[in-house]
Design a protein around this ligand. Structure first.
Ligand SMILES: NC(=O)C1=CN([C@@H]2O[C@H](COP(=O)(O)OP(=O)(O)OC[C@H]3O[C@@H](n4cnc5c(N)ncnc54)[C@H](O)[C@@H]3O)[C@@H](O)[C@H]2O)C=CC1
Ligand SMILES: O=C(O)[C@@H]1CCC=N1
Length: 265
């Protein structure tokens, strides 16, 4: 597949890395980024090519991975560079399909996608929303692009902010918890490397159990919680500090921010 990636920052770079590790030929990937040192870095690391938006004419798919407030400007700048069948994918949070459709040449196939950074390691979770008039083959191509770096669900645009609240932004919540646990270990007298090793492997083990056991998070949590034991004392304290309520509120805030970004200029 010939891919033009516009914007190769944290998320664009993670996708690129995941694609190449997953077998995508780097010679068929063009990176367009206004920060030239970043392009040079990716050219050297992966063997992709650096170019400008005119390369979009050669692409099967153009992935727009710039910041949300930049994306409509970039979409407009693609006018004249796109072939009618070139599929455009936006990964911008809070930018509705209707605005992308308006900014792109009439009839250009467009998809709205919400990936996450574990795509870097082929363990991403992405949501795909199909734009108006797109074909089943085009959707299969976009899903294939995201399946190459993890797992993919096709959803309605109404649910993309909710998906962002769980999987798009979700890695940050887990890193936040990991940071806090490392800090707690240091408070208990462990060295930072010791605490980090314990926390990292606990996340890896717990994630594998969630993924592979087929059991719910509730059951897995109950199995760690011996009656009257240490875990029960810890969980009681999490409840006393409102951690569950804080997570509900955090996801709500994420969803509200997505909706607010959608209605901004
Ligand atoms: N970081 C994340 O975990 C996720 C980010 N996203 C979306 O991905 C997009 C990018 O986010 P990040 O990678 O975090 O931002 P970033 O700031 O790390 O990357 C943006 C990149 O775009 C480049 N850029 C800016 N203007 C440009 C232009 N006119 N032409 C070409 N390149 C240009 C910048 O030099 C930079 O490398 C956003 O729209 C965000 O909503 C979506 C899912 C997850
Ligand atoms: O924080 C953000 O806006 C982007 C979208 C999802 C993850 N990062």
């Amino acid at each position: 597949m010939r891919i033009v990636l516009v914007g190769a920052g944290a998320m664009g770079g993670a996708l690129l890395s995941g694609w190449v590790a997953g077998g995508q030929d780097p010679a068929d990937v063009v990176v367009v980024d206004s920060y030239t040192p970043r392009v040079n870095e990716l050219v050297a690391e992966f063997g992709v090519r650096g170019a400008d938006l005119n390369e979009a004419a050669e692409a099967d798919v153009v992935v727009l991975a710039v910041k949300p407030h930049q994306i409509l400007g970039v979409a407009k700048a693609l006018d004249g560079a796109l072939r009618p069948g070139t599929v455009v994918v936006s990964i911008a949070a809070g930018v509705p399909l209707a605005k992308l459709v308006d900014a792109l040449p009439e009839g250009q196939p467009v998809f709205r996608v919400m990936p996450n950074t574990p795509a870097l390691l082929g363990k991403g979770m992405s949501g795909v929303v199909a734009g108006p008039g797109t074909s089943q083959d085009q959707q299969l191509m976009v899903v294939g692009l995201l399946d190459a770096v993890g797992r993919t669900v096709v959803i309605d645009e109404d649910h993309i902010d909710a998906l962002t609240g769980l999987s798009g932004s979700g890695p940050a919540y887990l890193f936040y918890v990991a940071e806090a646990m490392v800090e707690a270990g240091v408070h208990q007298g462990l060295t930072r490397p010791e605490a980090t090793a314990l926390v990292n492997q606990t996340f890896v083990g717990a994630a594998a159990m969630l993924d592979e056991s087929g059991d719910s998070a509730t059951l897995l949590r109950e199995r760690v919680t011996s009656p009257g034991g240490t875990t029960a004392a810890a969980l009681r304290t999490l409840d006393d500090h409102g951690v569950r309520a804080a997570l509900l509120a955090a996801v709500e805030a994420c969803v509200e921010r997505g909706a607010q970004m959608a209605s901004d200029g």
